[in-house]
Ligand binder design. Structure first.
Ligand SMILES: Cc1ncc(COP(=O)(O)O)c(C=O)c1O
Length: 374
């Protein structure tokens, strides 16, 4: 069996960061501050200037980030929040945890992102059926590519829907020269290790230009505390970022722009190498720049491809094998028809993707894919 290839090679990045990362970690440990503190505040400032927003509120993970914004907007029982059916569970989970109702919307079959046409259908459906108040939409920038905000933004504004952009997979992606995080009424991301900007544990952040919202988010992430630590004007949660994770993220942010260029180069080589009538390579909409959290292709016979690649030491992953709207925990919630989500869940497969994927290894992957599809 040929040498196994890592799906995401975080150790290559670790080697590149070397001593500077060790020093950052040691510095955080020696500071004696373990949760929040100056390292987290400095990270929040760096992220705010990277994304070009006025407020960043770091928290414990990307799921909490979504939950915190929804809670800060007072979204709860009786409210409808529109989410794509083809996404990670966390997007709908955060909505359900507030007591609001996630309403599933189909995605585009080429970009994997929320379909405006389906959103219109879902909104009309909710308005017709009494009971739910349409409150917000959560577009997801799936696999690293921004959703089609050119069309979503005016629609959300017209329909008076708050827009919370779930950029968990797309920190650093751009759309019409705006960076994810600065798009929407608020946005969130995840620093899960495998994300384009990941820490060495769990982490997340909320982004907004709304100062009042940022104040509430800071309170909610710390048990709803007020001006004083033991004053609680609201019920919050415990969702603070660890100091060590902030120190790690600040170091990683320094090489992040270069890594995005490297990711793009890997994606372009896949696009060219995988030109084949039996393979659908990912489509990026005009004006958008993906950060390639995943490089996801569509094929007819996915299980054969996965088995053949496994034999060649090439790992693959399926994100996601079932639309959320059909999962046991979520099937109870309303949904627009989701044929594209269903089709994608049967056809998509993600290939190894990270900034440090060298050409020789990538050629081995491309060759194995082409050999399998024939
Ligand atoms: C689209 C999306 N939203 C939210 C999350 C949640 O992030 P976390 O794992 O940091 O809670 C993820 C994580 O995989 C995600 O992919």
């Amino acid at each position: 069996m040929p040498d196994p290839i890592p799906f995401i090679d975080l150790q290559a990045q670790r080697r590149k960061l070397g001593e500077s990362l060790n020093r950052a970690i040691a510095g955080a440990v020696e500071s004696g501050q373990w949760i929040l503190g100056p390292h987290v505040a400095a990270l929040e400032e760096r992220l705010a200037s990277f994304v070009n927003v006025t407020h960043v509120v770091a928290c414990a993970n990307g799921t909490d980030a979504l939950l915190l914004v929804l809670r800060a907007w007072d979204i709860g029982p009786g409210d409808a929040v529109f989410v794509p059916a083809f996404t990670f569970a966390a997007t709908a989970e955060a909505v359900a945890l507030t007591g609001a109702t996630p309403v599933f919307v189909d995605v585009e079959d080429d970009t994997f992102n929320i379909s405006l046409l389906s959103l219109e259908t879902a909104l009309a459906m909710v308005r017709k059926e009494d009971g739910l108040r349409p409150k917000a939409v959560i577009p997801v920038d799936l696999f690293g590519q921004p959703a089609d905000y050119r069309r979503l933004e005016p629609f959300a504004e017209n329909e008076q829907l708050l827009m919370l952009c779930d950029a968990a997979q797309a920190f650093g992606a751009t759309f019409s020269n705006r960076i994810t995080g600065s798009i929407g009424d608020a946005a969130t991301t995840s620093f899960f290790p495998a994300k384009p900007l990941g820490c060495y544990g769990d982490g997340g952040a909320c982004f907004t230009n709304d100062s009042a919202l940022a104040d509430v988010l800071r309170s909610l992430r710390a048990h709803g505390q007020g001006a004083d630590r033991y004053e609680h004007p609201r019920i919050g949660i415990n969702s603070r970022l660890d100091t060590i994770q902030a120190a790690i993220l600040s170091e990683k942010l320094k090489i992040f722009p270069d890594e995005l260029v490297m990711r793009e180069r890997v994606a372009r080589r896949y696009d060219v190498g995988l030109k084949n009538r039996r393979i659908l390579t990912p489509v990026v909409i005009e004006g958008a720049q993906s950060v390639w959290a995943q490089y996801t292709i569509q094929v007819e016979n996915r299980s054969k491809l996965q088995a053949d690649l496994k034999d060649q030491g090439v790992p693959t992953n399926v994100y996601y094998p079932m639309p959320l709207s059909r999962q046991a925990a979520y099937a109870q919630f309303p949904s627009a028809p989701t044929p594209n989500s269903q089709k994608l869940s049967e056809r998509v497969v993600s290939l190894p993707m990270h900034p440090y994927l060298d050409e020789k290894t990538q050629d081995r992957i491309i060759e194995a894919v082409l050999k399998s599809v024939g």
